[in-house]
Design a protein around this ligand. Structure first.
Ligand code: PLP
Length: 407
């Protein structure tokens, strides 16, 4: 089925606005996505019609809120083909990663062991493991994926002491897609007890993903990058692991029984959900999931890959620009970071903004990686289903203007 992008665009009120007198061209989707009206409306609806706390009341409002909130969890579970009680609501991907680090990492990783990550991790999946390494004494090992993910590089450092491979599914700088199922197969083939955590912040919003098929142990993502609201994220974990993990925070719904001597923890997933949750956030994330599934994750992925290939082809015509991660044969998602040989990324971003074009500039929360290209900042375009080929053309016209202005 092909998607009518013009009709999709009509669902997003913000795409109709102008910026600096020009129609908005939003190419900063890796930072956060725009939201369709039904997602925005579902937040208003909750607060105007059934605002109430969840899991606590016997009154109608509380029961309605609980049902909507738990129904959203069910939708998220379906999206990634996970059991409902293995879906934990968090604040964002960062909190999901930190939850695994604190609750599982600190109790299961010892000084003789090692953790493997890549050189392209978002700080949330890098600093977190640096901290676990400091606290446990374990070694933190890096695979260099600057030129793409090479299984042999992983083989060289994976061993019986590897407690965890924690890896980005799609790099938010390089755009490369990591071959997760091949990594899982390698771990199995080597008969290791290594766990695998996938940072899916840039993949779940854009492609079909099945945690059961992949056979991974943990998966982390944020709702705000998948047309949902800010302030809510998801952690999936395999049941046997979650059951044996200690809670991350204490209080509220994560408790089943308390005495002055101690407390007993609630069942999954509530054991990891302390305090009043982001109820409107959960409910509207469920609406976002419905919206994505209605378009179809395959369709979203195909459109974004087409846009990316189109943009990469255009980039090749600009000799002063370098794309970071320029292995064009590597599978990749809709993220392209680039630098100009003499124009600073912030200047590029500022001039594009004058044309109504929103792109990202900076270190993209991957400081060591960006620095490895001899720069402290890069510019980045990132696509979603509502972006058009015409917008890519407008971006390149503006890029030409930038060069005309500076050179
Ligand atoms: C690959 C990756 N991981 C983790 C994160 C952190 O997401 P959040 O800020 O929503 O926690 C991001 C955000 O840009 C990301 O791109």
């Amino acid at each position: 089925m092909s998607v009518n992008i013009d009709s999709v665009r009509k669902d997003f009120p913000i795409l109709g606005r102008s910026v600096n007198g020009k129609k908005l061209v939003y190419l900063d989707n890796a930072a956060t996505s725009q939201k369709p009206k039904i997602v925005i409306d579902s937040i208003t609806e909750y607060y105007t019609k059934y605002n109430s706390n969840v899991h606590r009341g016997v009154h109608t409002l509380s029961m309605e809120a609980t049902e909507a909130y738990e129904n959203a969890r069910f939708k998220v579970a379906k999206l990634i083909n996970a059991p409902e009680d293995c879906i934990i609501w968090t604040r964002n991907a960062t909190e999901s990663l930190n939850l695994v680090a604190s609750s599982w990492g600190l109790n299961n990783i010892s000084a003789e062991q090692n953790i493997i990550i890549t050189n392209a991790e978002h700080h949330s999946n890098l600093v977190t493991w640096q901290q676990i390494s400091k606290k446990t004494g374990c070694e933190l090992r890096y695979i260099d994926i600057s030129n793409g993910f090479e299984m042999s590089n992983l083989k060289n450092i994976l061993d019986k002491n590897t407690a965890l491979v924690s890896i980005t599914h799609i790099s938010n700088v390089l755009g490369y897609v990591t071959p997760i199922s091949d990594i899982v197969s390698l771990i199995k083939k080597m008969n290791l007890d290594t766990k695998i955590l996938v940072d899916a912040a840039q993949s779940v919003p854009h492609m079909p993903l099945d945690v059961n098929d992949l056979g991974i142990d943990f998966l982390a993502f944020s709702a705000h990058k998948m047309m949902g609201p800010t302030g809510i994220g998801v952690l999936y974990g395999k049941k046997e692991l979650l059951l044996n993990m200690e809670p991350y925070m204490f209080g509220g719904d994560m408790i089943i029984e308390v005495s002055y001597e101690g407390a007993k923890w609630n069942e999954l997933p509530y054991k990891f959900e302390a305090g009043t949750p982001n109820i409107a956030g959960g409910i509207s994330t469920g609406v976002a999931v419905d919206y994505l599934l209605n378009i179809g994750m395959e369709n979203i992925w195909k459109h974004e890959v087409d846009l990316t290939n189109y943009a990469l082809e255009k980039f090749s015509q600009f000799k002063n620009f370098t794309v970071l991660g320029n292995n064009l044969n590597h599978p990749r998602g809709g993220v392209i970071s680039f630098v100009h040989k003499s124009i600073h990324p912030h200047d590029i971003g500022t001039i594009l903004d004058k044309q109504g074009i929103a792109i990202r500039t900076g270190h993209h929360c991957a400081m060591p990686l960006v620095r490895s290209y001899g720069t402290s900042a890069a510019a980045r375009v990132s696509f979603y289903i509502y972006n058009t080929f015409n917008e890519v053309d407008l971006f390149f016209e503006a890029i030409k203007d930038v060069e005309d202005y500076f050179l």
